[in-house]
Design a protein around this ligand. Structure first.
Ligand SMILES: *Cc1c(COP(=O)(O)O)cnc(C)c1O
Length: 226
């Protein structure tokens, strides 16, 4: 199948799951994860009206952003961040989903160019407390969110997670429900957060069932990565 056909299938699934779980499909942004995908593949998605793209590797992303600058796309950084990369991320992306260290947040805040609106950010949560995985421990999220909200050049939008791989639907739902409840508890403190960045190619339905507002889909749109 072509990228156009696969993208259309993913859009259909999002509408179908939204209907199944009584969600407004307009409240679910499809983020096309284009890491390790070719420029022509991305251009094929752009031609179908796709405008949000997610990237994990800065150098690769900067090339794409430069070549595609005419298309007015919205770029999201979703991978781990080293401190020597923050300046370019702050200048070239609209969103960062993978905030899990104060030092990185402070650098992005200091380096966000004046002429741009505040950088939209999500805190990445390590839902299962996995030792090898990025993200803030669930118990530490509230304090971390309070600190991030004080950084004026960042706009805290919500939470992101990549749960442990699970093949059963109810297990997938449980992990996403935990992230949703975490967001609700921040909002009960008056934080007014609107973003739950969760759900990938293999757990899309569970994420939509639990309230995902941004789903990050790579291989279901573009096929295997190069
Ligand atoms: C690669 C990646 C995705 C996309 O995963 P697929 O299984 O290809 O849909 C989503 N989120 C993050 C953070 C990723 O690194």
């Amino acid at each position: 199948m072509t990228v156009a056909q696969q993208l259309s299938e993913v859009r259909k699934k999002i509408s179908e799951y939204a209907a199944r779980y009584q969600r407004d499909p307009a409240g679910i942004t499809l983020l096309a994860v284009s890491k390790q995908q070719s420029l022509p593949a991305i251009q094929a998605a752009v031609a179908e009206g796709q405008c949000d793209f997610g990237e994990n590797y800065l150098q690769e992303a900067l090339n794409k952003i430069t070549v595609l600058s005419e298309a007015k796309l919205c770029w999201h950084f979703i991978g781990p961040i080293q401190s020597n990369k923050t300046r370019d991320i702050a200048a070239h992306f609209s969103w960062v989903h993978s905030i899990d260290r104060l030092k990185i947040a402070e650098r992005l805040n200091a380096q966000r160019p004046e002429h741009l609106t505040p950088l939209n950010v999500c805190i990445e949560v390590n839902l299962d407390n996995e030792r090898t995985k990025a993200g803030i421990a669930p118990a530490a999220v509230t304090d971390f969110a309070k600190i991030i909200r004080r950084l004026p050049r960042l706009k805290l939008r919500g939470l992101m997670a990549i749960p442990q791989v699970q093949n059963d639907f109810s297990g997938q739902r449980q992990a996403f429900a935990n992230l949703r409840m975490q967001l609700e508890s921040l909002n009960q403190l008056g934080m007014d957060l609107d973003t739950l960045s969760m759900g990938m190619s293999d757990d899309l339905e569970a994420a939509i069932a639990e309230g995902a507002t941004c789903v990050r889909i790579g291989k279901a749109i573009f096929g295997a990565r190069q």
